[in-house]
Design a protein around this ligand. Sequence first.
Ligand SMILES: [Zn+2]
Length: 365
Amino acid sequence: MNPNAVFERHPDLYYSDGDVVLAVKQTTKPDKLEDPPMYTLFRVDKLMLKRHSVTFANFFADADAAPTEVYDGVPLAEMHGDKAEDFALLLNYLYHPYSLVFKRHDPNTPLTISGVVRLADKYLIQPLHHCLVQQVCNDWPTTLDEYDIQQAELDKFLQVSRAHPFPKYTPDRGRLADAIPEPVSAILFAQEFGCPQILPAAFYSLSLIPLSDDWGNNSDWPHPARDHPLARWSLLDKENLLRYTHGCQMLNEYRPDVWRFMCEECAIQPGPLDVPGCKPVPCGLYIKRLFEVVWNPGLRVSVTHGDPLRLLTRCLKYDEMPELSKENFPHRLCEECYQTVFFRLLGERVRVWDMLRKWFNLKLE
Ligand SMILES: [Zn+2]
């Protein structure tokens, strides 16, 4: 070890009865170039680390075979290439498994634990890897049903938070973005640590955030950033930015195909919707109008696209829409179409959900 190195004992993870001291370089840059390197020291138990990790077991076996430096009466070993703050978290989780509890929907979780997951991989501690990866996965839906439940919860959360004169998203009046999962960090985490099942939901969520809504944006104009979901755009690499752009374009262009929502009998009638001289099918006109009303640009929740999953749900209320009243559409829908529209809308939502993989060019294997 560098004889000029400066040591700092970790305030918690330095046990007086530990039988080895591990030195991990601090990542904060020294004030001056000639300043000596700073190390955090952890005094821990070899046996405990060996039980968790075959890599630690081999490391201590090698260290025992060779003469080592001594510090505070026990062997001192340097852990090359690790970051002190990540190493501290790793040891903390091993010594205090009950601290492996994370705040639900914390937007910082993927960034906080990425370094520890890398260490868990380096030291072959698979149970810790799985446990940490699962923490991130828990915040993201992997099926349409889970997505709908999370959206319903989020809608209710917004309703309650905004019932205050000054919206209250967190107990200390933080931003909305501080109370919901952040998609960019989740996407990068999922791609690095092999949990691609969360990517469709994460990309869909990201696609509803315009580039202007950046994590670092705290401005109040043109709209208060604190009231909007924000994304850590600066972390997003070129390939994922292309996925975002392609997905936004597909979702923006998407419109349900009227013919898919009609009963068989109406769908085969010879009067297409927009061919001059042909008598249009009343059910077709009704469904066409339904999509026009719901896809009204004035009702869009995001500038990126209209959120087809939400819009298709809104379509289910076709019976209650004034634009589709009996006065406007005396024929309404035939009995068959009335049923067919409802079930096809549900099916269309599943189709859109399944298409997300293609639209965002995701490889989920
Ligand atoms: Zn019909």
